[in-house]
Design a protein around this ligand. Sequence first.
Ligand SMILES: [Zn+2]
Length: 140
Amino acid sequence: MIEPNPTERGRPFWDGAADGELRVQVCTDCRQARLPAALRCGRCRSPHSTWEAIEPVGTVLAITTVRRPGHPALADAVPYRTSVVSLGESCHVPMLVAQDAPEDVAVGSRVAIGFLPVTDEQRIPVVRGHASPAHGDEEG
Ligand SMILES: [Zn+2]
């Protein structure tokens, strides 16, 4: 399995995943959230930011089935699905789709995000399946 190899800038995201939390970088000046992590806010250009845990739900922006592994560690996993999930404006994250996620998870699906262990200490965020209706669909 692939182990994350985080940069210092992205480390809080992976530390959060290891703790079962979905963390995003948030501008301390205008409150815009962003992922991947960046030195400056894309909205106000502020260099000041913090990290905050958010509810582990998102919306699928893209999804595809991989039949030729993109990494040797995934050779035994093919075919598998991978996706890009929006966690909100300026937060777009590539994520594997869990092997047992429903087949009808598709572009536009509101999904729940879980954490798949890849080592004793590290977990990666994955699409688990449809978000429960209890979470609502506040983004319309
Ligand atoms: Zn800002």
